[in-house]
Design a protein around this ligand. Sequence first.
Ligand code: DHE
Length: 507
Amino acid sequence: MRLIPALLLAAALPAATFVALDLAVPRAAAAEAADTAQALYEQHCQSCHGVNRLGGAGPALLPESLGRIKPTEAHKVIRDGRPASQMAAFSSVLDETQIASLVTYLYQPPATPPSWSDADIRASHRMLADLAKLPTTPQHGADPLNLFVVVEAGDHHVTILDGDRFEPLTRFQSHFALHGGPKFSPDGRFVYFASRDGWISKYDLHNLTKIAEVRAGLNTRNLAVSNDGRWVLVGNYLPGNLVLLDARDLSLVKHIPAVAEDGTPSRVSAVYTAPPRNSFVVALKDVKEAWELSYAGEPTFEPRRIKAKDFLDDFSFTPDYSHLLATSRQAHGGQVIELDSGRVVTDIPLPGMPHLGSGIYWKRDGKWVFATPNISKGLISVLDLETWKLIKEIPTQGPGFFMRSQQNSPYAWTDVFFGPNNDVVHLIDKQRLEVAHTLRPMPGKIAAHVEFTNDGRYALLSVWDKDGALIVYDANTLEEIKRLPMNKPSGKYNVGNKIEFAEGTSH
Ligand code: DHE
């Protein structure tokens, strides 16, 4: 039998399109087309993308997994393949009509609703090294607290970078489409990654080796690691649940269905650890609840339910973790929830779809302010964290995604991710609250996502292109120090900053 390489696709046709398709195509003809497409899938795609489209060597091809690419792009990928991946071109095997029917099929829910049980999780679990036999001190000669973990999204690799010399120590293949910030054990030795397809991996930074992996869900949002380093909590869209893993080996402890008090099921928007509270805080996407799960003492992981005023999509904490600032990107603002009382304190005026998970805080005139980019408006919203008042909207050259600073830096760096000016980054003066500098690192290529060295002297910026780069700037003079070629380095994370939950970085 000829082995045909995978359809390595990766986003969603709006629901309205399916309705339109249903109305346009007579039912019998639609069923026949689906049968044909399913047969094509089984013949050409299943060996890599798995039975029931759950994924295998290639990513899952469920509507939830395809939410980030348009059907026209999916069509092109099937026809022409994906460079630098195992996804081959199928233009010599399938004609245009067959490819179109496959695309329609892939963007529809499977006939058998996908499921991912505890048994599936356990069966996917793999130990990749014997931790007991590995040295417990760093074996690479670099400062373990000034390493950078760089996710290269272009070819699904991770580079571990010495943050003093800016030299790669190693580069390894990750699971397909890592998303969200990797999270660290409290001592900075281990890093945990989540892929959109639900794969969770544990990597030893002292020994530069993979330790374990497990598939915790079919479509995952992100993960959090408890402050005592014992637990990893994974938030999933599909199935809508939380999956609790033992951080030592990623073995399954239990899953917790994301179901509201009234029984309504939900997806999980995001999960973060709140170190001073010894708890995980969880936002639910389809029900108006936030959850807190304590990991203090002998935890039961029973969620404490906090009633929200809206569906929550993304959130951030205040510096002391007493409040969360949450938003639903569909709503016209956010809300502040006091965690101890569970009370919604106030609404916040954030009309530009803020990306709160990327928001950062700093001290201005002795008071904490919080700033967040907005993904539908070219402005940075700055809030006073005492009064919750919006104190400034700083105009930028377009909507942005990420923001970063460091305690010692006078600037907050933010990108212009969307629109014609996506190749610039703005440096915002943290005291004057205005753009102080605008850099265009590689004209015509998206510049985004900055992280500082642990001492704040250097800022590392990504150029999001397959022929992209990681650019090291002196954070004060803005002189370019080094340019390392990289394949779409989506995010980079400094171990020291992360384990200290440093001011100015994402948590
Ligand atoms: Fe992200 C972090 C949600 C699309 C790259 N993104 C996060 C987090 C959330 C989130 C809740 C924080 C999790 C964490 O770090 O633990 N992202 C969403 C979305 O809802 C959205 C808009 C739609 C979606 O498809 O999920 C979305 N994100 C994207 C992208 O299209 C990006 C640009 C490319 C990609 O890799 O998918 C992207 N998101 C990132 C990155 C982070 C992230 C690089 C980590 C930022 C950090 O510095 O910590």
